[in-house]
Design a protein around this ligand. Sequence first.
Ligand SMILES: [Zn+2]
Ligand SMILES: [Zn+2]
Length: 76
Amino acid sequence: MLDERPCPLCRGAGETLVASERTCHSCGGTGRDRRSSTDDPRFGADTCQACHGYGVETSREFQLCPSCNGRGSIPG
Ligand SMILES: [Zn+2]
Ligand SMILES: [Zn+2]
């Protein structure tokens, strides 16, 4: 008989927090603010403040754990 032990990846939760990137809604992926409110060159007047010029937003969301397929435990 196989013992089950808590999945080390999700710690038994069955889901895991993963980072996902998506195109910045504020600048449309360009990394530049179309409606810049500052002309201060020290900060880069056109840099999108939402994504800091990367053009992508990073968000974290739960997904089904790939290690245990959401069961929360794996065979020992
Ligand atoms: Zn942006
Ligand atoms: Zn897991």
